[in-house]
Design a protein around this ligand. Structure first.
Ligand code: 5RP
Length: 290
């Protein structure tokens, strides 16, 4: 019989009195109305034990080419894979440098089509069958609220979510910020909510003042991007405040792969995200490991 929290308790003595045998209390918000495949893939991305993820982002080359720290994907990324819970990357880098036996959740860069040399965000989406073939755990699609390509990018998200629900793959809405947009809770709150309402199961956005309001107004988990390279202590402070204000993890690239000690940095980030270390403790860990 289900109790008020939806926990099924098996009263049979073979299982022990009151042992919970099934639950619908998921470790993430927004999963109740989704199918099994989406829940399974979300549980691969976000550790069930903490409800959080350290997503290593290295998709930058799809718009920027060989970004600093990613000139050699094989050397820059391969040693970091084992420390991440999930990898955010393009199908090109996935096929070339990520061993298929890494057993990591893949958040596949699913929208593409322009570079930093022209107008960003004029994107299309890739074939969903290729995402299935790659066993993607999520489809990452850029949305540009308020930008020139707002309608196109939101249609891309809608298309991805339609395919995602068809094939049981979560969609991650990636909120782009145009140079004319304020990087504040009003803007990120709007963009995150629009992404979720249009079908995203995860939102990637940026930390800002009033971040808790952005989180609370978004019905699905939010992960924060790291942004431009910061000194390591500041990057760990960013992780700490975001997690403490409700982020379900980080989607971090440059602050890891451009660090003076990337392997030490990703381990310190993971300890702040999953183990509750303060930024200072994380920094001490970074110094010890580097
Ligand atoms: C680039 C992206 C990045 O994956 C995302 O911004 C995270 O990387 P970083 O921590 O370097 O900002 O979406 O298009």
């Amino acid at each position: 019989m289900a109790d008020m929290d939806g926990i099924l308790e098996n009263k049979d003595k073979d299982y022990g009195i009151g042992t919970p045998v099934a639950t619908n209390n998921y470790h993430l918000k927004g999963l109740e109305g989704t199918d099994w495949g989406i829940r399974d893939r979300m549980s691969r991305i976000f550790r069930p034990s903490t409800g959080k993820t350290v997503m290593l982002a290295f998709d930058h080359g799809y718009i920027m080419g060989p970004t600093s720290g990613l000139e050699r994907l094989d050397l820059g990324i391969a040693p970091l894979i084992k420390y991440a819970d999930s990898l955010m990357c393009t199908r090109g880098s996935l096929r070339s440098v990520v061993p298929a036996n890494s057993n990591k959740a893949i958040c596949l860069r699913y929208s593409a089509g322009s570079t930093i040399l022209t107008e960003l965000n004029n994107e299309c989406v890739i074939d969903p069958i290729d995402a299935v073939r790659l066993n993607a755990s999520a489809l990452a699609v850029m949305i540009s609220a308020g930008g020139t390509y707002e309608a196109l990018t939101i249609k891309n998200l809608v298309k991805a979510a339609d395919y995602g629900y068809k094939y049981g793959i979560p969609t991650m809405g990636v909120t782009a910020v145009g140079t004319q947009m304020a990087r504040d809770s009003k803007y990120f709150g709007l963009a995150s909510r629009v992404a979720a309402e249009n079908g995203a199961n995860i939102v990637k956005t940026y930390y800002c003042d009033g971040f808790a309001k952005v989180v609370n107004a978004c019905p699905v988990p939010i992960v924060i991007a790291g942004g431009k390279k910061l000194p390591e202590l500041e990057a760990l402070e960013l992780c700490y405040v975001a997690i403490n204000e409700g982020a379900a993890g980080v989607d971090m690239g440059r602050n890891v792969f451009q660090s003076e000690a990337p392997e030490a940095m990703i381990q310190a980030v993971s300890a702040v995200v999953h183990e509750g270390l303060s930024a200072k403790q994380g920094y001490e860990m970074f110094l010890d490991l580097k």
